[in-house]
Design a protein around this ligand. Structure first.
Ligand code: UDP
Length: 329
């Protein structure tokens, strides 16, 4: 199949492209390169450097490339930044989604869309694990913009018969086994890369919050290897392009392992993989961190037949460490 991949130079997008190409598919990356990296674009993928809000360019790309599905990863995804600059997130994320949907309408293509969503749409959920239809109350502008995008997808599926699948990720982490790509954010705010950066530099990583009502007082998250996320997207693409599909299909699925690890458990696993203890310091809570976020992955398993294969925490850390060493060198 042929895929148009917005944000295909970013973290999850580039891993999707690597996995899709490995499985024999073709990809055209569409990325403005403001946060993405040219080096992360697979050598066999095409590349258009443009903003998703440049609707005419997007329409032309859809008309010329005729993708079987569009994978929409392009978005801003730094929670603290979204708190400081909510309008920037509204413009990029919601504006980008609207532009993509209007570009599909203008191209007269009705191309199915797979959307990169997040468990941040839930805020602080009342029950664990989190199922797709549980109440949503985003706590940050980032989460709110992703929820708004989901609503737009549902609306366009009904009105314009553009099938859509929103995949809500829990904690994406790890790096492609080939060692060519990995997590590369500037600034880096995520736990696993920050632990490994500290380990490699002989520095101390801060663990934010130790007074949560969890097994050891630190936050609990559901860590899923980015290659598993990528594999789920390929399965999703097969679903949204299947013959006999209802054209007004709109579905949401959670991608996670269903198991939670505390920040201290992640640190312990990282120390084991690193081969010596990694120095840490317990620090005050970070604004807006919910105590626990764990997916109920049943729907993706039942409908897509999706099962994690790379998401054991030591496998995750080992792949991330290999990448971090390359990035630091
Ligand atoms: N965290 C931490 N130190 C860091 C980065 C993150 O203690 O340097 C904590 C963070 O406060 C949260 C957990 O690790 O409790 C996961 O954070 P991350 O930013 O990786 O993912 P999020 O769940 O916020 O999307």
């Amino acid at each position: 199949m042929r895929f148009l991949v917005t944000g295909g130079a970013g973290y999850v997008g580039s891993h999707f492209v690597y996995e899709a190409i490995r499985q024999g598919h073709e990809c055209l990356v569409y990325d403005d390169m403001k946060r993405g990296h040219k080096e992360a674009v697979h050598i066999k993928a095409g590349l258009i450097v443009a903003d998703v809000r440049e609707q005419e360019k997007l329409t032309a790309a859809i008309q010329q490339y005729r993708p079987a599905a569009i994978l929409h990863f392009a978005a801003l995804a730094l929670v603290p930044e979204s708190v400081k600059e909510p309008q920037l997130y509204q413009d990029n994320n919601v504006g980008g989604m609207k532009s993509l949907l209007e570009a599909i309408v203008a191209a007269g293509a009705k191309t199915p869309v797979i959307f990169s969503s997040t468990c941040a749409v839930f805020g602080t959920p009342k029950k664990m694990p989190i199922a797709e239809d549980d109440p949503k109350k985003p706590q940050t502008p980032y989460g709110a913009t992703k929820l708004e995008c989901e609503k737009l997808l549902a609306e366009y599926a009904t009105k314009h018969k553009i099938p859509a699948l929103a995949l809500r990720y829990f904690n994406a982490c790890g790096a492609d086994a080939a060692g060519e790509i990995g997590e590369w954010h500037e600034p880096e705010t995520h736990l696993i890369p920050n632990i490994l950066k500290a380990a490699l530099a002989g520095e101390t990583v801060k663990i934010f919050g130790s007074d949560f009502k969890t097994k050891d007082g630190t936050c609990v998250r559901d860590y899923i290897h980015v290659t598993d996320l990528a594999r789920a997207h390929v399965l999703g693409a097969k679903r949204v392009t299947a013959s006999g599909l209802k054209r007004d299909m709109y579905e949401v699925m959670h991608l996670g392992t269903g198991k939670g690890l505390s920040n201290l458990e992640v640190l312990a696993a990282a120390s084991e993989v690193f081969g010596k203890p990694i120095k840490h310091k317990l620090a005050p809570r970070r604004d807006g961190d919910p105590a626990e976020l764990v997916a109920d992955p049943t729907r993706a398993k039942t409908i897509l037949g999706f099962k994690c294969e790379h998401s054991d925490i030591k496998t995750i850390v080992a792949s991330a460490l290999k990448w971090q060493k390359k990035l630091d060198s």
